[in-house]
Design a protein around this ligand. Structure first.
Ligand code: WTA
Length: 656
């Protein structure tokens, strides 16, 4: 659909009514909103009945703002809920994962019965290595089944996993290991990407030079590359796991047992260790997976195309789907491993019914052309979802038309690492959908949009997104830093959870998410803070000062643009600028991750500052996006801006 046609259409229609055919068979019925709203806490207690409890909870919510406990006197085991219960119910032969490798033709089919054996063996291996309840175990793995198995084995023991995205650097890994004092690491020798092997183990070896408390490393052989070996510390998976017994008798843990630590960027240079506990988290991921994706465990083939290194992978590749006992596709590669139509071939081959991914990926697939999806039979699909960033209407419409054949509802799901599960989304068959809108708070969730003073805004107005009451899968805090937890989320609007996102209610009262309002950038759905990247840049010996902004980008949503001043006397001052810029980009990749590499670095003799010495980021963002610069009168030296704009090849300084 062309831009102009799309705009005309949006003006006219703007909304798709829920399909009556879908509504008839939907898991959620319209009364669900009123039922939950009448007494949200009791409603969540009912939803907790989706889990298998060893001891049923009698407590529901204990709320000591901002610290919540849910179902605190109940006991359960996360791994039993994901695996053993299905085998016990006679579903051992049901497929849990169709795993699809990066390489063409490489796949594995793993049933719930096989998964149980794998998890039991891995649990026994972890016990032999010394892992105990309450330990923290770092997981630094490619998208292979052993990653899921390792995570389930860790939580089976009452330990917590801290999964670090395998794209992160050795420095990023070591700082995360140190922050939550992980004593074990699970990794692989390497990973595959578009057929090429890239090593992972060397990054672990490097990271562990500064982590003396790590006692053991469990290594999966994936690529067969050469690895260095530390005797006594390192264990091959195929040796220590394979020789274990198939049986493991689980223990049961309190609902508030910590099971997940997941680092995410805040507004400072130091990432936050967001942690989740068991009963509340599992309740809400299981519940939302059921209602939002409307899953039918007997017939659906679900594909969450995300990485286990992010919260989406935790909640909707592992815990939510496994508790619901569905069959999933898990894919190791990138969208164009083996060709730009790889995704469509996977959907066709496995007859996927539900597809959930990020707008960035949709925009990339869209760029490759609609003839690719059209050349494949995608008629098995019945529901589409998006997550991680605002979706532009054009991408939404493309997704609907060329992937969903104009018949699949699209659920635009808003949530965060901190929220654990989806909080805002349409419900298929009940809620209308609008291209670009996440629509409504889910049942049992209280959401508001407020102005600067914390007052609700009316329809047609924008403001800050807040959550008005506690929910089961809310983070229990920032690991080791309760003060920062209070300060970051609960002080801006007292008593309310401040999400850090801007939002708007349209004239119908439906919610549109407008992106971050703080210094957090969203690059291809990955959260990174401007300060984190600035910190990495000024850590380079040639850099005097750096300012980083997120500028709009057609494909990645936002892209990193850095303004850098070099030390005048440094050895690099004489180097070719192009060389320096590339060196700085590689430096950021090394310190944080390749995903944090600035799209553009502008070397400038000065940065624009206010009289009080603060860098004017808003203005730099405008320069980076080639927007009108507005008021620059508080600048110490307004000519700096024009100079920077010139360096970027944009025009600055004029009003619209
Ligand atoms: C953004 C990802 C608009 C938002 C699950 C949030 C979204 C941040 C949406 C959390 C959406 C996520 N529409 N924006 N549907 N979903 N976001 O922690 O800015 O990696 O605060 O969790 O992504 O990112 P995180």
């Amino acid at each position: 659909m062309s831009e102009a046609k799309l705009e005309a259409w949006l003006d006219e229609t703007r909304s798709f009514a829920p399909s009556p055919a879908f509504a008839k068979q939907a898991n959620a019925q319209p009364s669900i909103y009123a039922d939950a709203a009448a007494d949200p806490v009791s409603w969540w207690r009912k939803e907790a009945g989706r889990l298998l409890w060893e001891k049923e909870p009698t407590n529901t919510l204990e709320w000591d703002l901002p610290f919540a406990k849910w179902f605190s006197d109940g006991t359960l085991n996360a791994s039993v809920n994901c695996v053993d219960r299905h085998v016990a119910a006679g579903k051992g032969d049901k497929v849990a994962y169709y795993w699809v490798g990066d390489a063409e033709g490489e796949s594995r089919t793993i049933t719930y019965g096989e998964l149980q054996v794998m998890v039991n063996k891995a649990t026994n291996a972890l016990i032999e290595m010394g892992v105990k309840k309450d330990d923290r175990v770092a997981v630094y793995m490619p998208m292979i089944p052993e990653a899921v198995v390792a995570m389930l084995a860790i939580v089976r023991l009452g330990a917590a996993h801290s999964v670090v995205f395998a794209g992160f650097s050795a420095d990023a890994l070591s700082s995360r290991i140190l922050d939550s004092d992980c004593t074990y690491v699970v990794t692989a020798d390497g990973a595959f990407r578009r057929g090429a092997a890239s090593p992972l183990k060397p990054a672990v070896d490097e990271a562990l030079q500064t982590c003396p408390n790590v006692k053991g490393v469990l290594v999966v052989r994936r690529t067969g590359g050469e690895v260095e070996w530390t005797e006594g510390r390192d264990h091959w998976w195929h040796e220590i796991v394979e020789r274990q017994s198939d049986e493991h008798t689980p223990e049961f843990f309190p609902s508030e047992q910590t099971m997940i630590i997941m680092y995410t960027s805040g507004t400072t240079a130091k990432p936050k260790g967001i942690f989740h506990t068991t009963g509340g988290y599992l309740t809400q991921v299981a519940s939302t997976y059921n209602y939002v994706f409307d899953v039918k465990p007997e017939t659906d083939i679900c594909w969450t195309a995300a990485d286990i290194g992010w919260i989406t992978g935790h909640s909707y590749i592992i815990y939510g789907p496994l508790i619901n006992g569905v069959t999933q596709i898990m894919y190791e590669g990138v969208p164009d491993s083996g060709g730009k139509d790889r995704w469509w071939r996977i959907i066709e081959q496995f007859k996927a019914t539900i597809l959930y991914t990020a707008p960035t990926t949709i925009r990339t697939l869209m760029k490759w052309g609609h003839d690719l999806p059209q050349a494949h039979d995608l008629s098995s699909l019945r529901l589409l979802g998006t997550v991680g960033e605002p979706i532009n209407p054009e991408a939404w419409m493309w997704y609907r038309e060329y992937v969903g054949g104009n018949r699949c509802p699209i659920v635009d799901t808003w949530w965060q690492t901190e929220t654990g599960a989806i909080l805002i989304s349409p419900l298929p068959g009940i809620t209308a959908t609008k291209p670009g809108a996440a629509m409504r708070a889910l049942p049992g969730v209280g959401v508001d949009v407020v102005d600067n003073d914390g007052n609700s805004v009316g329809n047609g107005e924008g403001g800050y997104l807040v959550i008005t009451h506690p929910w089961p899968s809310m983070t229990r805090g920032i690991y080791g830093d309760p003060e920062r937890f209070k300060e970051t989320y609960w002080t801006r609007f007292p008593g309310k959870y401040f999400a850090g996102d801007g939002a708007k209610r349209d004239d119908d009262g439906d919610l549109w998410l407008l992106g971050r309002i703080d210094d957090v950038m969203n690059i291809s759905g990955h959260r990174l803070s401007t300060t984190e990247v600035e910190h990495a840049l000024v850590g380079h010996p040639a850099v005097a000062e750096a300012a980083v902004v997120g500028a709009s980008d057609e494909t990645t949503g936002q892209a990193i643009v850095a303004f850098v001043t070099l030390k005048a006397s440094g050895a690099d001052a004489a180097k070719d600028q192009v060389v320096v810029i590339e060196e700085l980009r590689m430096h950021v990749a090394k310190v944080i991750s390749p995903i944090a590499k600035p799209r553009q670095i502008i070397l400038t003799p000065e940065l624009p500052k206010t009289r009080s010495g603060k860098i004017m980021r808003r203005l730099l963002r405008d320069v980076a996006e080639n927007r009108s610069l507005g008021d620059v009168t508080t600048l110490t030296d307004p000519t700096v801006v024009n100079m920077i704009a010139e360096l970027m090849g944009t025009e600055a300084g004029s009003e619209d």
